[in-house]
Design a binder for this molecule. Structure first.
Ligand SMILES: Cc1cc2nc3c(=O)[nH]c(=O)nc-3n(C[C@H](O)[C@H](O)[C@H](O)COP(=O)(O)O)c2cc1C
Length: 194
């Protein structure tokens, strides 16, 4: 019997493992436009994340040029308020160099356990999305900086903070510089029991 199918599965697994390993958080992006359809395709895939009770707790806000400009200015304001004008200008300049902006929210719930499980699902969805765009040659940065907790950002995107909360601001684009990363040895993080 041919072992071709086994070899094909091994290759697929190697490819998948390498994709997961090589996805990196990127700070610097090329000024190269990204197809909106590609991000919509990534969102379509993202929502297949595991999700207890199938609550589908996620919502994706894909920002257009006007909302991006407003978000850059809000970054300047929020950071200036906290750390002064010089740092505010620096952060606004940094933000202006990020080509794509996507905000992911999770449904709020008065049931703490449900909200925790929903949050976990949204995080899985974000990882799905990040892996998908990584496979397409893009990179991203998951940010949870002060702007993501500011009511003015919610207002700008018309997000009802009584109903949902921001889990991630995802900047995406084609990477200019891809950093390296490390993880602990598997033996340090695994306990095998009898
Ligand atoms: C919930 C969450 C929040 C994060 N928030 C930030 C952030 O605010 N700023 C930032 O620089 N990176 C943020 N990151 C990215 C991490 O810093 C990054 O994943 C980590 O450095 C490991 O790098 P890697 O993603 O390339 O493996 C966040 C990641 C997660 C999962």
């Amino acid at each position: 019997m041919s072992d071709a199918p086994v070899t094909a599965v091994k290759k697929t697994l190697q490819h998948l493992g390498e994709r997961i390993r090589s996805r990196r958080t990127v700070n610097l992006f090329l000024q190269q436009p990204v197809s909106r359809q590609l991000i919509l395709d990534a969102i379509e895939v993202a929502r297949w994340a595991p999700n207890h009770h199938l609550t589908e707790p996620w919502h994706f806000y894909l920002l257009g040029d006007e909302a991006i400009q407003q978000s850059i200015e809000l970054t300047r304001i929020v950071v200036t308020e906290r750390k002064g004008e010089k740092f505010g200008d620096f952060k606004a300049k940094e933000a202006a160099a990020r080509p794509g902006w996507l905000v992911v929210t999770c449904k709020s719930s008065s049931d703490a356990r449900l909200e925790r499980e929903d949050y976990a699902s949204v995080c899985c969805a974000i990882q799905n999305l990040n892996l998908y765009i990584s496979e397409a040659g893009l990179a991203s940065k998951w940010a949870t900086g002060p702007i993501t907790r500011d009511s003015r950002f919610y207002d700008l995107l018309k997000i009802d903070s009584d109903k949902e909360f921001i889990v991630a601001l995802i900047w995406y684009g084609y990477p200019k510089i891809t950093p390296t990363q490390q993880r602990k040895a598997v033996s340090e993080i695994v306990t095998e029991t009898d």
